[in-house]
Structure formats: C-alpha cells, structure tokens
Design a binder for this molecule. Structure first.
Ligand code: GDP
Ligand code: IMO
Ligand code: MG
Length: 461
C-alpha cells in the first residue's frame, strides 16, 4: 500500500507497528530526596542536566524551593526545573505539577532579568492550576487546626493540598489548557466560583470578612495569565513520550521528598503528591521502564520544615540546641520558599534506609558534608527503640514515629574546612569513616559528595 501524501504542515502519519516499549537511554535518571526535603536536589539536578537530553519536574508546586549556585551566583527556583540554565535542553514542567501561574511568570521574569532566557521552558497543558481559593483554603485549614488545639501540618500555604484535592474531585479543577480556552474557562468558573464562595464563607475564621470571588474578575485575570503562559504551553506528554521512544535520556526532577510523599511519607505530616521516584513516570507521563537509574539525595544530617515528629531532632537540651544552631547557620538552613528556620537533627539512617529501599536507589548523593566541620562528635541513628525493643524498621506513620526513640552510634568529627576538596583523598579520615558507615547501613554506594553549594564543589566517586 502506498503512503498517502502529506503536506509539510500536516501531522505525520504514525508508523503502524512502532514498538510500544521505548528504547530508553541508559542514562535516564530520577533525582529524589530521601529525607524531609531541602537535601540539595536542585544542585544535583543542575549538575546532571549536562548529561541528559531533557529535564522534567514531575510533582509538587511552588511549595518546593531549589537553590542552584552557578559560578557564585545563587538562583532560587520553585516551579521551574533546576536545569533551566541549560538553554539547549527542554526544561519541562510535567502534568503532575500544580502551577500557580502568577508565581511561575514571576520566576520567569526574575530569571530573564539575570540573563536566563527561559526559551527552553515547556509547560504541560495537563498540569493543574493553583487558584486563589486554594491558597485561602490552605490557610484556613491550618488556622482551623490551630484553633482546635490540633498540630497543624505546617504547610507552605501555597495551596498545594487543596489544588491536588480538586484535581481528584475533577469538577472543581482547572488545568493549564483551560486557561487558553476562555469559553471553557468561563464555563468552569461559572460552577467553581459559587461553589468555592459557599464553602469558604462557611469555613472562614469567625470575625473575618470573607470577600467572595467574582466570576468576571477571575475569568479576566486567569485568561490574561493564560495568554502570558501560552508560548510555553504544549502537549508535554507527547513530547516526553516521543523523546522516550527515540532513546533520548530524561532527567526526572523530584520536588519535596520521600518522607513527605502522600502515600509513603510520615503521614499526615506530608505534602499532597507522590514525591518519591514512584511518582516520576506518572507525573511526567512516560512508561516506568523509562526511569533507568535512581539517585537518592541526602544531607549529612537531618532537617525538616513544618510539623510532625523528627526522631533525631536536636532540641532536648541547651547543648543540643547549640549544635543545631551551628549547623543551621553554616548550612543556611532557612527555607528557600518560606524563610522558616529549618529544624535540625542528627543523621537518621533508619529513615534514609527506608527511603532508599522504597525508591530502589542505585546511588547516593551525600550533601552538605562541609557543614559538619567543627562538630566534635557526630551522632547517627541506625536503629530505633520501639515498645522497648530495637528495630531498624521505619513505619511511615506519624503516630508510630512518635513512639520511636533513636539509638545512636557516635563517630569522631572533623574540624578541617573541606569546601575546596575535589577528590575523596582530600577528605579527612573521620569524614570518610562517616561516609563508609552510611554506605554500609543503606547498602548503596555514594556516587556524589557535595562539599559546598556551588556546582564545582562536588566530588564524583
Ligand atoms: P532542594 O530543595 O533539595 O533543592 O534543596 P534546597 O535548595 O532547598 O536546600 C539546599 C541548600 O543547601 C541550598 O541553600 C543549597 O545551595 C545548599 N547546598 C547544596 N549542597 C551544599 C553543600 O554541599 N554544602 C553547603 N554548604 N550547601 C549546600
Ligand atoms: P523541596 O523541594 C521542605 C513541607 C512543608 C510542610 C509539608 C506540607 O524544597 O525539598 P505543603 O505546602 O506541601 O502542603 O506542606 O511539607 N514541604 C517541604 N519541606 N522542602 C520542600 O520542598 C517541601 N515541600 C513541602 O513544610 O511541612
Ligand atoms: Mg528546598
């Protein structure tokens, strides 16, 4: 049978027997946080974008804050993938992400002011949109918990939970594609605005005046935002699938982290997406066979922002708090997104081992090792005591975790400044002993050691 003629602008006819199994490049990699976030994923993603054909963010929203330092210049990214500076690689915001359009456009403008063109930014038309009522509901829910003496989640108040909830509810959700179709957007808002007004008026704080949303104002505002987004919006799923099927290598950027994963984290003190590598294929829209290699990013100690138990938190004595303060200052442990001081603790290998097993990581990236310089004795929890018995099992449940007491091993610290080290041989013996214990306990090799925020401050093992 002859092939029908096509005009150059027409969509090419699909090949009838194209194999459904992609020929994936062996270098496709997922980067995932193994703790409670802020492990330094942004630095590793930026570093590894060099070795991939495209980069895709697959989950979360503007709750994430990824710092990237290139030649001494610091960039804070929230929605835009950390590989955006590589102008020749598509930097894709995948369908699993929830997008606050104003925030995204502010980020683009900020980057352009600093010489990053963002021409390579691609936004999935299927990503969901964070609307003003999502942010208000997020705030009201947290206030409701506090007012009722229940520990709040400690969210970033960026509307993440309510937006993902609406995605699951469907009838009250808006996707990026809807912002580009004013008629559809108007129809959707005609139902959504009165629904949200009724719900929010009912849950608004007593004494506060809730100003109802107006259909026309929202339509005008979001249709205008849609127009500004339009140049970046495409069917990212097809782009990614085509790349996957033509053997291109994709870098999957995880936001938030495994212990914040909605299914497998320390529930209910988690975020609302699948932040572990298990979410990478779904949030990007490619077969799971595309994720060939998984790198787990971990700090040399622990931090957490927001509520929930952190077994190894350094808060029980003045001495503990002084160690935590030192680490917080040296490691700049203040949230990239909210500026909140991060809670600091000893390295918890019970938790990290769980995360590494759940993700099936092939290698570890050990970050912020330099920050530990000057701590006399390094403590590492490799077991918990639960109900009077030792265990190395981690149960991702906040109530269970509240009854877990860490059992520590101690290691001599190191005092030397290691920020200029570029080979393992330049690290103090004490640092290498600490690293060996991490590798042995987790059972996974360390592939990268980070000794400073700049991409150059990295040792590849
Ligand atoms: P992410 O959310 O996982 O991308 O991590 P964040 O960017 O929120 O937080 C990590 C912080 O540590 C940022 O300020 C980074 O610039 C910084 N950082 C990353 N690696 C290192 C390192 O090895 N040493 C030091 N001192 N800082 C680092
Ligand atoms: P990156 O990508 C640290 C935490 C919040 C809160 C909980 C739920 O920078 O590692 P949310 O606003 O998502 O509903 O908040 O999750 N959280 C993070 N903590 N780093 C993050 O992202 C986080 N994303 C969410 O502090 O405790
Ligand atoms: Mg962060």
């Amino acid at each position: 049978m002859s092939t029908p003629a096509t005009s150059p602008s027409a969509t090419p006819t699909p090949k009838p027997h194209e194999p459904a199994t992609p020929v994936m490049a062996a270098t496709s990699t997922a980067i995932v946080g193994l703790q409670w976030g802020d492990e330094g994923k942004g630095k590793i993603v930026n570093l590894l974008t060099d070795r991939h054909d495209a980069i895709v963010r697959y989950n979360g929203g503007a709750n994430a804050g990824h710092s990237v330092v290139v030649k001494g210049e610091r960039f804070a990214l929230h929605l835009i993938p950390s590989g955006i500076m590589h102008a020749d690689k598509p930097a894709i915001v995948g369908p699993g992400v929830v997008i606050d359009p104003e925030w995204l456009l502010k980020e683009v403008a900020g980057l352009r002011n600093r010489g990053v063109s963002c021409e390579n930014l691609v936004i999935s038309d299927h990503a969901h949109v964070v609307m003003p009522w999502h942010k208000l509901e997020d705030e009201l829910r947290e206030a409701f918990l506090s007012a009722n003496s229940v520990e709040p989640i400690g969210t970033t108040r960026r509307g993440i939970g309510p937006c993902y909830a609406d995605k699951a509810q469907r009838s009250t959700a808006i996707r990026v594609a809807d912002l580009l179709r004013p008629k559809v957007l108007s129809q959707k808002l005609a139902t959504i605005v009165p629904f949200k007004n009724a719900v929010l008026a009912a849950i608004a704080r007593p004494g506060s005046t809730f100003v109802p949303y107006d259909h026309r104002t929202q339509l005008e505002q979001f249709a205008a935002l849609g127009e500004q987004l339009r140049p970046f919006v495409t069917g990212a799923s097809k782009l990614l699938l085509d790349m996957a099927h033509s053997g291109k290598s994709i870098l999957f950027e995880g936001a938030n982290a495994t212990l914040l994963d909605v299914d497998h984290g320390t529930y209910p003190f988690v975020t609302s997406s699948t932040c572990s590598a298990l979410g990478a294929p779904a949030g990007a829209g490619v077969p799971f066979t595309c994720v060939r290699s998984i790198l787990g990013v971990m700090k040399a100690y622990s931090t957490r922002v927001g509520g929930g138990v952190m077994p190894t938190e350094l808060i029980n004595s003045d001495a503990d708090r002084a160690i935590a303060d030192g680490i917080r200052q040296r490691g700049r442990e203040f949230g990239t997104t909210t500026g909140r001081p991060r809670r600091v603790g000893w390295l918890d290998l019970v938790a990290v081992r769980y995360s590494a097993r759940l993700n099936g990581v092939h290698g570890l990236c050990l970050m912020l090792l330099d920050v530990l310089a000057g701590v006399d004795t390094l403590m590492v929890a490799d077991r918990y005591e639960v109900d009077g018995s030792p265990t190395n099992t981690f149960v991702p449940d906040a109530h269970w975790l509240a009854g877990a007491r860490p059992i520590y091993r101690s290691f001599p610290g190191f005092s030397a400044d290691i920020t200029a080290a570029r080979t393992l041989g330049e690290l103090p013996t004490q640092a290498r002993t600490y690293m060996e214990f991490i590798e042995q306990t987790i059972g996974v090799p360390i592939r990268f050691v980070s000794v400073g925020p700049d991409r150059a401050q990295t040792i590849e093992c």
